[in-house]
Design a protein around this ligand. Structure first.
Ligand code: AMP
Length: 212
């Protein structure tokens, strides 16, 4: 199995596709957003600094992101999916150096394509269960919770991520267009870039399986 880098706008399905691959092929899912959200819960100065950047939808500094990522990759001994990294051309260059140092393969880079209006609904309507992490949506018609604010799976309370609102979505989407989308050219030139349609989640797994 090849390592996978997912490039996609916010809510384009990186997490969903990663979950499917983890379940079926035992991939390790590395989400830099998840790593940062963990640290943002700490009451330390660093934790609070990260929390503020996440809330505003701003990119966190490379220094912080690389420290977390390198710590994680050092312990990895199986194929992995990078979700939310790299986010900029500079991160992509530095990642090339890091995998050389750690003796890892770049693998394949997959772009998830999805319309703006669908992304917005996925973000603004997204709720998560605080106990089991199940994901729901009140706007897309997919995974609507049976009872408002309650998890169908375990009865836990549903909450919103601090950055899942329209204002933060706009900032995150603009950042994607300006800073992350140029990565498509970067990896196209390397010759390991592929595209998947992520408008509906049903076909994503099959499409990526054909690439692996
Ligand atoms: P995500 O879970 O991928 O949507 O990321 C949530 C937030 O975490 C982003 O809006 C950024 O603030 C931050 N973040 C995640 N990955 C990175 C990264 N590679 N570089 C900088 N900031 C990141």
């Amino acid at each position: 199995m090849k390592n996978i880098i997912l490039i996609a706008a916010p809510a384009a399905g990186k997490g969903t596709l990663s979950d499917l691959l983890v379940k079926k092929y035992d991939y390790l899912h590395i989400s830099t957003g998840d790593l940062l959200r963990e640290v943002s819960k700490e009451t330390t100065e660093l934790g609070q600094k990260i929390a503020k950047m996440l809330k505003n939808g701003e990119l966190v500094t490379d220094e912080i992101v690389f420290e977390l990522l390198e710590n994680k990759l050092c312990q990895v001994d199986k194929p992995y999916i990078l979700d939310g990294f790299p986010r900029t051309i500079n991160q992509a260059y530095k990642y090339d150096e890091l995998i050389q140092k750690l003796n890892k393969d770049l693998g394949i880079v997959v772009v998830l394509n999805c319309d703006y209006e669908i992304l917005k609904k996925r973000i603004v309507g997204r709720y998560l269960c605080k106990d089991c992490g199940s994901i729901y949506n009140t706007l897309t018609g997919v995974n609507t919770p049976k009872q408002e604010g309650i998890c169908d799976n375990c009865g836990g309370a549903l909450y919103k991520r601090s950055d899942d609102n329209e204002e933060s979505f706009k900032t995150r989407y603009e950042t994607y267009l300006e800073k992350t989308k140029p990565l498509i050219d970067f990896y196209e030139k390397k010759g390991n870039l592929y595209y998947i349609d992520s408008q509906t989640t049903d076909t994503m797994l099959k499409e990526i399986e054909d690439l692996l």
